[in-house]
Design a protein around this ligand. Structure first.
Ligand SMILES: Cc1cc2nc3c(=O)[nH]c(=O)nc-3n(C[C@H](O)[C@H](O)[C@H](O)COP(=O)(O)OP(=O)(O)OC[C@H]3O[C@@H](n4cnc5c(N)ncnc54)[C@H](O)[C@@H]3O)c2cc1C
Length: 445
């Protein structure tokens, strides 16, 4: 039997809201039905978590019960001919990489950290640097197991219970507990990446590079200096790469080298420090630009080198703001957002710009759509930060864009509902025994 135990330090990655939670930690699939019924008997609305790499309140549920799925991390079956991996939903990508890269297989889509579980990747329908080639994670999910609060366990696929499948991909954990996931991996010839880094001086150059690079490179992404202004507005470093055709088949160590031991005082994240960092990073990137062969971790997961790097933002935490705007307005809307951020003096060194391809996401609430996505961290400075994000909301709304729930901790209900017109169709599939702080906030009429 798995109990729900009070937990004082159960937080999301952004760390803005720090409230106690009741947490259950099952280890076996046959404990899950009992965990759910225990929670139901205690009157707790439930929610699963993976490795809690979501930034905001989509993984908070203080009045309810959290089911921590990280203990369910076993491989169930692998078919190398069809490249089909079936594993428990708590399997983290870092373990998948350790086991499968040396055999010549790689996840079809990976986010910017390898510390995410299969269940978390499905429930946020995550995207990666190869969105223009492979679309979202959910496109590669062939089947999954879903346990509803009624105790019913279903197998879902694009053809079996297709509506519930579409609600569960990107469904923020609200349709029930994902127990296992079957995904198709992609073949790779080595564990190395051929990468080029190219500095660019503004948005025109960025969009030009993105267009040209998407023809020949599977992975593209840019770091952008969000505090640069005037003639330098929109400058950054464009990074593009492909899996190497030769080289070591063994993955680099990629382990976290250093853990942030404490929350850094927020004063360290002031405008001058960030400005200086960004300028230095840009000029250093310019100096070192060009091609290189690198391991998988430095290319895909540079931030994972520093464990708990979110503590850099201090006790008040940080918000992440990730938007996507459609192609027709992507240049102007991105420029307007960058100008607003630069003028506010807020923003950080973690700012990413990327174009998404035309692939249609399979989930009713999937975030990616064709256009340009901008993602930035903002240290939580209270009302100043909320005002800036409200200003950005207005730009995104006017552009017909939307925000990424996995990164959000405050978007108004109206913003969510405008960005996700399928939300009402989705809500019919929400399991009445499941909830989250995010859902309570954004589903209000
Ligand atoms: C450094 C960093 C870089 C990132 N880069 C990207 C990126 O490039 N692209 C991108 O898309 N995202 C990115 N993210 C966000 C991250 O990929 C997603 O938030 C991901 O879903 C986190 O997975 P997790 O296992 O930590 O899940 P959690 O954050 O714990 O949970 C995520 C969601 O999944 C649900 N869930 C988890 N497990 C289950 C289950 N078994 N059954 C049902 N629901 C479940 C939860 O309820 C929640 O709604 C990044 C995050 C960080 C910290």
């Amino acid at each position: 039997m798995t109990h729900f135990v009070p937990h004082d330090d159960f937080r999301s990655w952004g760390n803005v809201l720090q409230v106690p939670h009741a947490v259950a930690r099952p280890s076996w699939r046959d404990q899950l039905a009992n965990t759910i019924s225990t929670g139901r008997q205690q009157g707790l609305p439930l929610l699963a978590t993976g490795l809690r790499r979501s930034y905001g309140d989509s993984i908070l549920n203080p009045a309810g019960g959290m089911i921590d799925m990280a203990g369910l991390d076993r491989i169930i079956h692998f078919d190398p001919d069809r490249r089909l991996l079936r594993a428990e939903a708590g399997l983290p990508l870092d373990v998948l990489l350790k086991l499968f890269v040396r055999q010549g297989f790689f996840p079809p889509v990976t986010p910017g950290t390898c510390y995410v579980t299969l269940g978390g990747a499905v429930a946020n329908d995550v995207h990666g640097k190869n969105h223009h080639v492979n679309g979202t994670f959910g496109r590669w999910v062939r089947r999954l197991g879903l346990l509803r609060s009624s105790g019913e366990e279903l197998e879902l696929s694009p053809t079996e219970h297709p509506d519930l499948f579409a609600a569960t991909i990107g469904g923020l954990g609200l349709t029930g507990l994902i127990t296992w996931v079957e995904i198709e991996l992609i073949p790779i010839k080595s564990a190395m990446m051929d990468v080029e880094n190219i500095p660019f001086e503004g948005l025109d150059a960025f969009f030009d590079l993105a267009k040209k690079s998407e023809e020949n490179f599977d992975y593209t992404v840019s770091w952008i200096d969000c505090l640069a202004a005037g003639a330098s507005l929109g400058r950054g470093i464009f990074s593009r790469g492909n899996h190497s055709a030769s080289g070591s088949p063994l993955p680099d160590r990629g382990n976290t080298r250093f853990n942030m031991p404490i929350n850094v005082p927020q004063i360290a994240m002031n405008r001058h420090a960030i400005n200086a960092f960004n300028a230095l990073y840009f000029w250093n990137g310019k100096r070192k630009s060009g091609g290189a062969r690198v391991g998988l971790h430095p290319f895909f997961y540079p931030l994972d080198t520093i464990g708990r790097w979110n503590r850099l933002y201090g006790k008040k935490g940080m918000y992440q703001y990730q938007s996507v705007v459609p192609p027709a307005v992507q240049h102007d809307a991105t420029k307007e957002m960058l100008a607003a951020i630069s003028a506010s003096g807020q923003g950080s060194f973690l700012a990413v710009l990327k174009t998404f391809g035309a692939s249609v996401s399979p989930g009713l609430l999937s975030f990616p759509m064709e256009g340009t996505t901008l993602a930035l961290d903002f240290p939580n400075r209270g009302d100043d930060t909320l005002r800036l994000m409200a200003r950005l909301d207005a730009i995104v709304l006017a552009a017909g864009g939307r925000l990424y729930p996995a990164k959000d901790g405050r978007m108004p209900a109206q913003m969510f509902q405008a960005g996700y017109p399928a939300w009402q169709a989705f809500s019919k599939h929400v399991d009445s025994g499941f909830s989250s702080l995010f859902w309570q906030r954004v589903s209000q009429m």
